[in-house]
Design a protein around this ligand. Structure first.
Ligand SMILES: [Zn+2]
Length: 197
């Protein structure tokens, strides 16, 4: 097993029990914790210097909007207001906060005029992208989980695949807007070359 990173997409309260609560969200959080605890994760043989928590680095992708974001219905978009910076809805679920580090937290959707589903477009507080950080750590294998399968998970995973990463999606650790849409997205992601476990 090569060294790998876990990418957690949008496990934020508004997508779990808030304005855009998704199906399977609580189970997805539990499954993510199980993966981190090593109950379901493959063993890593990478050196631990770059791992923030035990055996592998954990990257958090966070939707992080200003109140006047263009994706909100009140501003002409298609979604209810969500993940407004500084609110509970924009916070990572409590069960995952022990694994959060500033360097490995990437914010997207911060510009009011741009929608960003993909975590690949996010940056950390120092302005570094996910790609820069993965390159620094020399990591080519990523495991992806989060919310929602059909939107931000898919978009993030596809951008990583396009960038040449080996992408594995953890099915049980996903939440979704619509079950049919979730299954269809998984099928398409598999056909694009991702592994679904
Ligand atoms: Zn958003």
């Amino acid at each position: 097993m090569k060294d790998y990173a876990l990418i957690i997409v949008d496990m934020l309260y508004d997508f779990i029990d808030g304005s855009m609560a998704c199906r399977n969200a609580k189970e997805a959080v539990n499954e993510t914790v199980a993966f981190i605890d090593g109950k379901t994760a493959p063993e890593s043989e990478g050196d631990d210097e770059n791992a923030i928590f035990g055996q592998f680095p954990i990257l958090f992708i966070c939707d992080h909007h200003p109140a006047d974001h263009c994706s909100f219905k009140e501003n002409g978009g298609i979604w209810p207001a969500h993940c407004v910076a500084g609110t509970r809805g924009s916070a990572v679920h409590d069960r995952l906060t022990p694994y959060v580090s500033e360097e490995l937290t990437f914010y997207k959707g911060c510009d009011s005029s741009r929608e960003q589903y993909s975590g690949w477009e996010g940056v950390n507080k120092a302005g570094q992208s996910v790609e820069e950080i993965l390159d620094l750590m020399d990591i080519n294998d990523v495991y992806v989980c989060g919310i929602a399968t059909e939107y931000c998970v898919r978009s993030t995973a596809e951008d990583m695949l396009k960038a040449g990463k080996n992408v594995t999606v953890i099915e049980k650790a996903l939440a979704y807007v619509d079950h049919e849409g979730h299954l269809k997205a998984l099928e398409e992601m598999r056909s694009e070359g991702m592994e679904i476990i």
